[in-house]
Design a protein. Sequence first.
Length: 257
Amino acid sequence: MAQRALSRSGQATPPRLGRAVRAAGATDEVGGVAVLLPDGEPVSRRRPSALAYAAQLPMARALARAGAGEGLAVHVLRYRWRGWNTADAHPAEDAGWAADEVQRRYGDVPVCLVGHGMGGRAALRAAGHGSVTSVLALAPWLPEPAAGEPEPVQQLVGRRVLIVHGTNDERTDPELSYRLAERSKKTNRDTCRFEVHSDGHALRQHRSEVVALAADFVCGSLFDRSYARPVADALAAPPPLGLRMPLAAGFGRSLRR
């Protein structure tokens, strides 16, 4: 019921950043922030799913460990609503609010938006915020263009963009994320896309490789570390090579830079 997402005043519960995830031994000064955007539903005004929020915590902890030396702080965003809700695009608005909140808390630090499913679409849409320097979209939900209007990509110019999609995803169409990446690459060379062969929407089958890829991209983008060779190659390669880069089994165990 929509009423569940209403506060006593009758208004939607405001978006909020979850408690910062910091790794043991992290520097006191925050040098960059990753905001994780959970999955959701196309249309729903119910309260956001606690399970979707909890599903992001293992990734949050892994990213915090990877960026501990540079002072990476990781937050998982709690949306106002569970759904995208057509033209309202509530999760994208909430992602923009989160970027503002990061600036308020930490000052002028770079932000990477990391989204899964519906959160992936929100991350891509909110990339135009001034503090956002990079976007990682995991199995992004990108509906077929309505009335011939494709998903916008102009907000991605000047950002580093990585899309990761399982080839067996039955919930979100991998071909739609390829088409978006192809259009983005025309105006933003710092766009690449990895395919996780035989994996589904949750990217569980090759979870360790996906987490390692995410950590490499997030820390490389926020702190100007050198990317792992496959990521650097994907960014440099022309379409379709750099947009259909296979995620190799064992990625992360023996990265060659």
